[in-house]
Design a protein around this ligand. Structure first.
Ligand code: KG4
Length: 341
């Protein structure tokens, strides 16, 4: 079975072709960093206009690279939400149109579920149940993943997502966009113990996150140092990154311990962060927990994870009596908030 995945939830236009549940034949991602960099963040209107230009050539390129054509595709899996409505609409309408004209079934996929399952595109795969730390530009959350279609939310961000904090701190320091990789690069040269930034642990051992206080603490520190004309950018980056990583690792391990789970999976753009991987690996080793994460290109937004998630959703739902009709609903619309919480 061949699934064509389409992703356009934010500022990456992506298309992928997946054979069965793990044979990735193509995964093409076209980013828009150069368009949004000068604004220090994604401008929704510009993003959707660029998706309109890119969607057709990117889908064509994915089919070409996979060595197949639309006639060979059995299923279209497309991101339905969450994300920027204008961006989502481009991919979703495109998928519906191909589905209708070519009579190929399509399935709407929750982008967050895609991140939770992206690790199954790798050779080394976890077994269910596992605790997933999902850290991206839009969310920081912890899930108990029970199977390919069942995810229980244990905790989520109450304000800024981890990736958003990276992006905002990079903007304060004029490091460029997206901020995460810029901060990670600077942090390599810095002293992570130089500044003691706050770690929000929240009441009652909650698995929720809060990063807005940390971001404000960095801003205040930078303002103070700028007045003295001394801004040790690398040390600030390393200390900020350490504060984020410490809380992410601590809460994920606490969730694994509470639910007695011995497997942890990372997903989302921030999980490409080297220091997060290293710190999580160290702690998991000492606690006898198995750790899995996708390669960096599958951590950030991509259509491969959407194809995989859609494949599993379709396989489960289409086996029920009215499943097929439930999935293919041309009146359905995109949504901005995830259905996983
Ligand atoms: O998952 P993603 O591509 O898009 C969303 O669905 O949000 O994540 C993008 C986020 C951005 O905030 C970016 O700064 C962050 O992931 N990011 C990183 C790294 N690479 C990307 N954050 C920290 N370290 C990185 N190496």
């Amino acid at each position: 079975m061949l699934t064509l995945g389409i992703e356009s939830s934010c500022d990456d236009t992506s298309a992928a072709v997946l054979e069965g549940d793990s044979g990735l034949l193509a995964n093409v991602v076209s980013g828009q960093d150069t368009i949004h960099a000068r604004f220090g963040g994604v401008v929704p209107e510009l993003a959707s206009r660029k998706h309109l230009e890119s969607i057709h050539p990117i889908v064509d390129e994915a089919l070409d690279r996979a060595g197949v054509c639309l006639e060979n595709i059995d299923l279209i899996a497309v991101t339905q939400g969450p994300g920027l409505i204008g961006s989502l609409l481009v991919g979703y309408s495109y998928a519906k149109a191909i589905s209708y004209v070519r009579k190929i079934p399509y399935v709407g996929v929750d982008h967050m579920a895609g991140h939770l399952l992206s690790v199954f595109l790798e050779n080394e795969q976890p077994t269910f149940p596992y605790i997933a730390l999902l850290v991206s530009g839009g969310t920081s959350s912890i899930f108990l993943c029970k199977d390919f279609n069942s995810f229980e939310l244990l905790g989520r961000t109450r304000d800024d997502a981890a990736g958003e904090a990276f992006d905002k701190v990079a903007k304060i320091l004029n490091l460029g966009y997206p901020g995460g990789p810029c901060i990670a690069r600077e942090a390599e040269q810095g002293d992570k113990t130089k500044f003691s930034f706050p770690r929000a642990r929240l009441e009652g051992n909650s698995f929720d996150f809060s990063f807005s206080g940390l971001k404000t603490a960095v801003l205040n520190q930078c303002n103070r140092l700028k007045q003295k004309n001394t801004l040790p950018t690398a040390d600030i980056c390393a200390s900020f990154q350490e504060a984020v990583v410490e809380v992410l690792v601590e809460k994920t391990l606490a969730a694994a311990s509470k639910y007695d789970i011995d497997t942890i999976v990372l997903g989302g753009g921030v999980s490409a962060n080297g220091r997060l991987r290293q710190a999580m690996k160290q702690k998991c080793r000492t606690m006898g927990i198995e750790l899995f994460y996708p390669r960096p290109t599958l951590c950030t937004d991509n259509a491969a994870m959407i194809a995989l998630t859609g494949f599993h959703h379709y396989r489960k739902t289409s086996s029920t009596p009215c499943g097929h009709n439930e999935i293919i609903d041309y009146d359905s619309d995109v949504y901005s908030r995830s259905k996983l919480w």
